[in-house]
Design a protein. Structure first.
Length: 110
């Protein structure tokens, strides 16, 4: 899955939008997917060392379980490590990835 496909996967609902809030050159490629209605983030898509990653909101109990179960899910890069996870997109099975995106969306809807 490439970055554009991942962004399209995150835009599964009408209440979502793709934004690029960072203006400096090093972060300009970081896509933030958020709710239109409340402006809350539920996904941060970025590349590091030529690998595609996504940060997603997760319930703290789920975050711990996911990190213990899957080597490709780690504490979130550059975000709260208790409430956010980072997934290596190439290693995460598509069905799990979509379920994590949907869960993040649901956690940030209010």
């Amino acid at each position: 899955m490439n970055k554009q496909q991942l962004i399209r996967l995150c835009l599964f609902c009408e209440d979502t939008t793709e934004t690029y809030p960072f203006t400096d050159k090093t972060n300009s490629k970081h896509a933030v997917i958020r709710h239109k209605s409340n402006n809350k983030w539920f996904a941060l898509i970025f590349e590091r060392q030529n690998k595609l990653y996504i940060n997603l909101k997760s319930h703290p109990d789920d975050s711990a379980m996911l990190r213990e179960t899957y080597s490709f899910i780690t504490p979130a890069w550059h975000m709260n490590k208790t409430h956010w996870i980072t997934a290596d997109v190439q290693k995460t099975p598509a069905d799990l990835l979509f379920n994590l995106i949907k869960a993040s969306f649901e956690l940030t809807i209010k």
